[in-house]
Design a protein around this ligand. Structure first.
Ligand code: MRU
Length: 333
């Protein structure tokens, strides 16, 4: 991804490994500061995922792949390492997919770093293809709404929902992006906007509650979001607030697409109600940038994801093409 760091344009990736250290862009500090987080043990990799130094389903997967490689280099017990990593965040399917993949590769005696690099390169290539395929649903002049951050930061490069937008922009289409700010962690305001600034793609951040206003007002003609886990019937778990955007989009006749690689699909789960939903610390709702914003007596709830039923989803932008819910079965073959 192209980013602007201290006024200078650079090409960076979200996660990689160097001298046995898992290197991550510290997403907790963006957009104020571009900083790297160095994870030197599987415990530190687990912390990075849990504390959202790195987040977004495919990025969590690639980070876990590097965590497994690092554990292997340090002669750690691989099942224990897998357990530490699996125990971080429950919703994103890529995490479990990547750990299972690495366990298999390492047990077959593959070189740990080569195997993790191949995993990260493979997910990057899948996202690049999602960009090309998704560009087909974008018309010149489209005003596209997205939720959370499903960009390069959430993958390794390109992104899922943002990949088609990058592709459309590069192919000369004039597009405008509505970026939901995405309370409580503000992935839209802090991360998606940072990526779009780097790419020079016109956009505006809106409060989450404003999305319906713009949809009803005819100012949104397409929605594209990412996914954390997609069940066999096409129900999608994604960042909290996705469901309400999808319902409002359908009510207003706006196409609603979900972009995701095969690693995000969980064909073991028949439907979305079976997807485990992470409940995060209520402090993320009660405290804003270190300052309590609610009465001391107030309690809060903080589900990180919701499930959008397949009936609200126009299509799934994957590396294998843009598919309808009934066609998803071909991805499991
Ligand atoms: O809690 P997060 O920031 O990890 O949630 C991320 C999302 O919900 C993304 O939309 C999803 O992982 C898709 S990433 C390409």
């Amino acid at each position: 991804m192209k980013v602007i760091i201290e006024g200078e344009k650079r090409e960076v990736k979200t996660v990689w490994m160097e001298d046995g250290i898992v290197k991550l862009i510290d997403q907790r500090k963006l957009p104020d500061k571009y900083d790297l987080f160095n994870a030197r043990s599987v415990e530190e990799v687990g912390f990075a995922i849990e504390d959202m130094v790195v987040r977004g389903a495919p990025a969590i997967g690639a980070t876990a792949a590097y965590g497994m490689a690092q554990a292997s280099l340090k002669n750690r017990d691989l099942e224990e390492a897998a357990h530490i990593l699996r125990d971080t965040r429950p919703t994103a399917h890529d995490l479990f997919h990547a750990i299972d993949h690495m366990l298999k590769e390492l047990k077959e005696g593959k070189d740990p770093v080569v195997a993790a690099d191949l995993y990260a390169d493979d997910i990057t290539e899948r996202c690049r293809k999602i960009g090309i395929n998704g560009n087909e649903v974008i018309k010149d002049g489209d005003r596209i709404l997205t939720h959370c951050n499903a960009g390069a930061l959430a993958t390794v490069d390109y992104g899922t929902a943002l990949a088609p937008m990058r592709s459309a922009h590069e192919s000369g289409k004039e597009i405008f992006i509505w970026v939901d700010e995405t309370r409580p962690r503000l992935q839209g305001a802090c991360l998606t906007s940072w990526e779009l600034v780097g790419e020079g793609i016109p956009h505006a951040i809106v409060a989450d509650n404003a999305a319906g206003y713009y949809m009803k007002d005819g100012q949104v003609n397409l929605c594209i979001v990412g996914a954390d886990r997609i069940a066999a019937n096409g129900d999608v778990a994604n960042k909290i607030g996705t469901y309400s955007k999808a319902v409002i989009a359908k009510e207003n006749g706006i196409p609603f697409y979900v972009a995701a690689p095969v690693s995000t699909f969980d064909f073991k789960l028949a439907e979305g109600d079976m997807i485990p939903i992470e409940e995060r610390d209520p402090q993320e709702v009660l405290v804003f940038r270190g300052k309590r914003i609610a009465p001391l007596q107030a309690e809060a709830r903080n589900p990180a994801f919701d499930v959008t039923p397949a009936k609200y989803i126009t299509g799934y932008i994957t590396e294998k093409g843009v598919l309808a819910a009934e066609e998803l079965i071909i991805l499991s073959q």
